[in-house]
Design a protein around this ligand. Structure first.
Ligand code: PBG
Length: 328
């Protein structure tokens, strides 16, 4: 395949920007970005998230402005994550189904402000439960089928509010099929499903739980529903199941520590495979950059490029606007 030195000198291809650009295998562009946005039901327009410098919780009004910014920057879609008043949380996560609640308002605000920007909504109960779990809790166990029934209602509420992409992140079994059937039955035949198919029980979600206010709420851990970090084959089984149940696109999460999974999924199934550069990945880069230990902008772009190289169709990231600006 390749010759021997000195006939072959790989450095010839690296000697100047023009030839590096010409022979580059993967390109990162604004089309690859999904902006992860935390939306809050508080009145303040913005509120900093301590563990994620540069990220703010946005009011619905501020979110509408952000949607316009996304449109201006050419970012294709926004993924919404709600921070609700703790007083609205209960054991069943009832607020998750509220057709006039924060998520429905947020969907409408984005669609009104920037109709051409795709809206992606998380389906899971954790922002709304007082115990911080993604499902219904009974005697210390997370109920699967009872949870799925509520997730279906949550997904329908989102679709009715105008959400383009339903993104179940709860890791219950059978939820993709149940949600797809319900969407078809209600005539939402064009509503996309992006399944968090391979989602691991990860320490890298730490800052997110602060961002949406479920950190103090969470009792125990999520290991009975999220995947074990030691597993790779299981990720392929999870993806196969979700595709057979009607997912249009799949997600691997977290991102950078799981690039092998991104590669395996995209190669094995040939479906649009997304990676989530989660809160902890963002926080790591920002913490090191704040200390002057690495160049934050370069680390951001390099980390995003890594997802493309691994085979990702796109990346859900808190960096989206900053990356879009850096990419020009
Ligand atoms: C919950 C959910 C989580 C994230 C997105 N949706 C956290 C969790 O499962 O505990 C994490 C996002 C991030 O860390 O940036 N269903």
């Amino acid at each position: 395949m390749t010759g021997q030195y000195p006939e072959t000198r790989p450095r010839r291809l690296r000697q100047a920007p023009w030839i590096r650009r010409l022979t580059r295998e993967h390109v990162l562009g604004v089309d690859d970005l999904v902006w992860a946005v935390v939306v809050s039901d508080r009145a303040d327009p913005t509120e900093p998230v301590a563990a994620m410098p540069g990220v703010e919780r946005l009011s619905v009004k501020a979110l509408a402005k952000a949607a316009k910014e996304a449109e201006r920057l050419g970012i294709p879609a926004i993924a919404l994550f709600p921070h609700v008043d703790p007083a609205k949380k209960d054991a069943q996560g009832t607020e998750a189904l509220n057709p006039d609640g924060l998520v429905a308002q947020a969907i409408r605000a984005v669609k009104d402000a920037a109709p051409g920007v795709g809206v992606i909504c998380d389906v899971a109960l954790d922002p709304f439960t007082d115990h911080g779990h993604d499902g219904l809790l009974q005697d210390g166990r997370i109920l699967n089928d009872e949870t799925v029934a509520r997730l279906v209602e949550q997904a329908l509420m989102q679709a009715r509010a105008g959400c383009d992409v339903i993104a179940p992140s709860d890791m219950m079994d059978g939820r993709i099929g149940a949600i797809r059937a319900a969407l078809e039955a209600e005539g939402f035949t064009d509503t996309l499903i992006l399944s968090y198919a391979a989602k691991y029980a990860s320490a890298f979600y730490g800052p997110y739980r602060e961002a949406i206010g479920s950190a103090t709420a969470l009792k125990g851990d999520k290991q009975t529903y999220q995947m074990d970090p030691g597993n790779a084959e299981e990720a392929l089984r999870e993806v196969a199941l979700d595709l057979s149940e009607g997912a249009d696109m799949v997600m691997v999460k977290p991102g950078m520590p799981y690039l092998d999974i991104v590669r395996a999924v995209s190669q094995t199934f040939g479906v649009p495979t997304f990676a989530f550069q989660v809160s902890g990945e963002y926080a790591m880069i920002e913490a090191a950059a704040a200390n002057g230990w690495l160049d934050g902008n370069r680390a951001m772009l390099e980390s995003l490029m890594a997802f493309k190289r691994a085979g990702a169709a796109g990346i859900v990231t808190y960096y989206a606007p900053r990356a879009a600006k850096a990419l020009g």
